[in-house]
Design a protein around this ligand. Structure first.
Ligand code: DC
Length: 221
């Protein structure tokens, strides 16, 4: 088992931005577990599977060939060998990922892949259940959150930068719905591990959050 930093928290709290910076600083690899759930969701969408059809989801999950590689330090998610990174960040895929990730078969398959990666390398891994389920023995666990308003604003700005129009109240409603689903699901719900440090990024800059995590890593690893 390599060294690890486990970062959990709700959608839009800044986990991936921060985790990438921390990984770079420490020379660890960054593992974006949400991207794996999104790749599974993309496969389900491509197969035309209904998001409520548990049996079809489980069957597709058995067939799905998802793997991870690294190109210039960047995580690449491969679906049957195809680099699908460019298709993962849509609202449609995010919503399907939130629905299909409640399924224990989907979780079992992707958790095994995540644990294998952490066994081979030093990792900064982000997701919802990293400190509680995937890497329960990690010595450095962070729970990163921010208010739903701030998270909606960040998402809105991100879309505006890409020239996409969006309705901020709809974004916030989606965020609240997704949080609720992620936090109340039966298997591996999103929650702060008992030994995780809580960081609320609502009023902090990226630099401040990065430094707070690096300070924890220095103490704990
Ligand atoms: O972090 P993200 O928005 O890319 O994640 C997409 C969905 O995947 C999210 O709604 C919940 C799910 N997920 C999960 O259940 N467990 C993880 N470790 C990571 C993501």
């Amino acid at each position: 088992m390599g060294k690890s930093i486990a970062i959990d928290g709700p959608a839009g709290a800044g986990k991936s931005t921060i985790a990438k910076l921390v990984a770079k600083e420490l020379g660890f690899i960054y593992v974006d577990t949400g991207a794996m759930y999104r790749a599974m969701a993309l496969y389900l969408i491509r197969q035309g599977i209904d998001r409520n059809d548990t049996l079809q989801i489980e069957k597709a999950c058995e067939d799905a060939d998802i793997s991870i590689s690294y190109e210039n330090g960047r995580q690449v998610v491969l679906l049957f060998g195809e680099n699908v990174n460019d298709y993962l960040r849509t609202e449609e895929v995010g919503n399907m990922a939130s629905m299909s990730s409640v399924n224990p078969k989907v979780r079992e398959k992707l958790v095994a892949l995540q644990q294998k990666l952490a066994a081979q390398k030093d990792v900064v891994m982000d997701g919802r259940d990293i400190g509680t389920v995937v890497l329960p023995d990690s010595r450095c666990k962070i729970y990163l959150t921010a208010s739903s308003q701030v998270r909606a604003q960040r998402r809105y700005d991100e879309l505006a930068e890409k020239g996409e129009k969006a309705d901020i109240s709809k974004i916030e409603a989606d965020i609240i719905e997704r949080d609720h689903r992620d936090m109340t699901r039966e298997h591996s719900p999103l929650k702060q591990a008992e030994d995780a440090v809580l960081i609320d990024s609502s009023e902090l800059t990226i630099e401040e959050v990065k430094n707070a995590i690096l300070a924890e890593a220095k103490k704990r690893l």
